[in-house]
Design a protein around this ligand. Sequence first.
Ligand code: QAP
Ligand code: CO
Length: 169
Amino acid sequence: MALLPILEFPDPRLRTVAKPVTEVDDKIRQLINDMFETMYDCPGIGLAASQVNVHKRVVVIDVSEDKSQPLVFINPEIEVLDNSVSEYDEGCLSVPGFYETVVRPEHIRVKALDRDGKPFEIEPQGLLAVCIQHELDHLNGKLFVDHISPFKRTRIRAKLEKKHKAEAR
Ligand code: QAP
Ligand code: CO
């Protein structure tokens, strides 16, 4: 197991579109284990491989209170089931310290492969539905700040660039 460094906005590598996983092998399972360790260490509730600079379509999520419900999504696909939307104050391990309200479809169906490469399908509710959409955005090079006003996004970028410069000194 290993803790993986997390890319932070506005790192251009976060804009990479991740490639589908062609074979769920031990190397992918090792990546998944390292991603869970990294996410639980932060702590966070969701992490996409893109955030640790691995551009493969792999997501790990655990929205439980006690780290008891680890979920793996390989090559996830989302279908929007109706026109209802929900609002949530989202954060991101790649945008540390910032939270903004994002509007997303409320009712979705998700198809993906599990850590054994077996296909499964769920209709997530509430926070899990929000989190899966947030993580799938990462695999497509998108961040939650792309869903907020350009003014807020620019302000967050400036503050994080300032922090990164201070850390590099
Ligand atoms: C994505 O985000 C998410 O700013 C997962 O200083 C978040 O785990 C989906 C975190 C909310 C839906 C709703 C953020 C940790 C963790 C921070 C995370 C921070 C430390 C974020
Ligand atoms: Co994120």
